[in-house]
Design a protein around this ligand. Structure first.
Ligand SMILES: NC(=O)c1ccc[n+]([C@@H]2O[C@H](COP(=O)([O-])OP(=O)(O)OC[C@H]3O[C@@H](n4cnc5c(N)ncnc54)[C@H](OP(=O)(O)O)[C@@H]3O)[C@@H](O)[C@H]2O)c1
Length: 261
């Protein structure tokens, strides 16, 4: 039976690193890897770098946002011939917007919810019937999931959703032997800040190496961990967030963590 790995947002940053590392694993030999992102050229160029192993890499270039994006994933699954199982789903595609809510574009904020929340939820729902005992889901949330954040209000709320949903899903799927892990990274060096700041901040401030974050997350997921927090300072922040009032956290970050937008 064909075994499939699906990685969304796989053309750059964390998604591309997930693809590289999963491709390199011995256990994935003979499987098929589906990579999804919008920009076809970039995605195909990246896919060409994955060589040397008996893994078929297929690329799908389309917008995953919202109900339509998730339904497209369902159509691709429905069109698949023969018996197959999805071994690993990595819901990584996502973006943020910097700045106070009143100074951001409401349409962009809504499209963020469409991608970070609606699409991720739909994809889980449409892929799960094709999973079996031992299959795994990794949903990419963020350290921002643990507290409301000023100047990052909608993004932090979307990632709280991802963390909450992933945890509940993990609880519901326990008896089926399907694991769900929420990756909650702090700053990682990717194209994230460039997108979130509309090009005003090219690099993520104090970003860490995506390779370390992804290696740790894949190991955590294999071990059945529900949350992956790589850096000790991220673990401390996540823990301390329990003792900081939600309003205080939001007010503090609004006043002292300005973000170019
Ligand atoms: N970097 C950080 O500091 C950080 C921290 C915490 C969490 N995260 C999370 O990590 C995930 C990956 O982000 P990243 O940091 O790796 O950023 P990135 O380098 O900008 O990568 C984003 C990926 O998602 C794809 N994508 C964006 N919008 C899409 C859409 N509508 N449909 C399909 N694909 C789409 C992009 O390709 P196309 O543009 O071609 O579609 C790209 O492949 C996100 O969920 C983000 O929220 C990042």
């Amino acid at each position: 039976m064909k075994r499939i790995i699906i990685i969304t947002g796989a053309s750059s940053g964390l998604g591309a690193e997930f693809a590289r590392q999963v491709y390199a694993q011995k256990s994935t030999i003979g499987m098929e890897m589906w990579l999804v992102a919008r920009e076809a050229d970039k995605l195909n160029q990246f896919a060409k770098t994955l060589v040397g192993k008996n893994i078929a890499v297929r690329t799908f270039a389309f917008d995953l946002s919202g109900t339509d994006g998730a339904k497209r994933v369902k159509e691709i699954l429905d069109a698949e011939k023969g018996k197959f199982v999805v071994d690993l789903l990595i819901n990584n595609a996502g973006f943020g917007t910097y700045g106070p809510f009143t100074e951001t574009d409401p349409a962009r904020e809504m499209s963020m919810i469409d991608l970070n929340c609606t699409s991720l939820t739909g994809i889980c729902g449409f892929v799960l019937p094709h999973m079996q005992r031992g299959s795994r889901i990794i949903n990419v949330a963020s350290l921002a999931a643990f507290l409301p954040l000023g100047n990052f209000a909608v993004y932090a709320a979307t990632k709280s959703y991802v963390l909450s949903f992933s945890m509940a899903l993990a609880a519901e799927l326990k008896e089926r032997g399907i694991s769900v892990c929420a990756l909650c990274p702090g700053s990682v060096s990717t194209n994230f800040a460039n997108v979130a700041s509309n090009g005003k901040r090219r690099d993520v401030l104090h970003g860490c190496d995506p390779r370390k974050v992804v290696t740790h997350c894949l190991r955590a997921s294999r071990r059945g961990k529900k949350v992956a927090l790589w850096a000790p300072k991220w673990k401390i922040t996540a823990f301390m967030s329990r003792f900081i009032g939600r309003y205080i956290g939001a007010r503090f970050t609004y006043l002292f963590n300005k973000r170019p937008h």
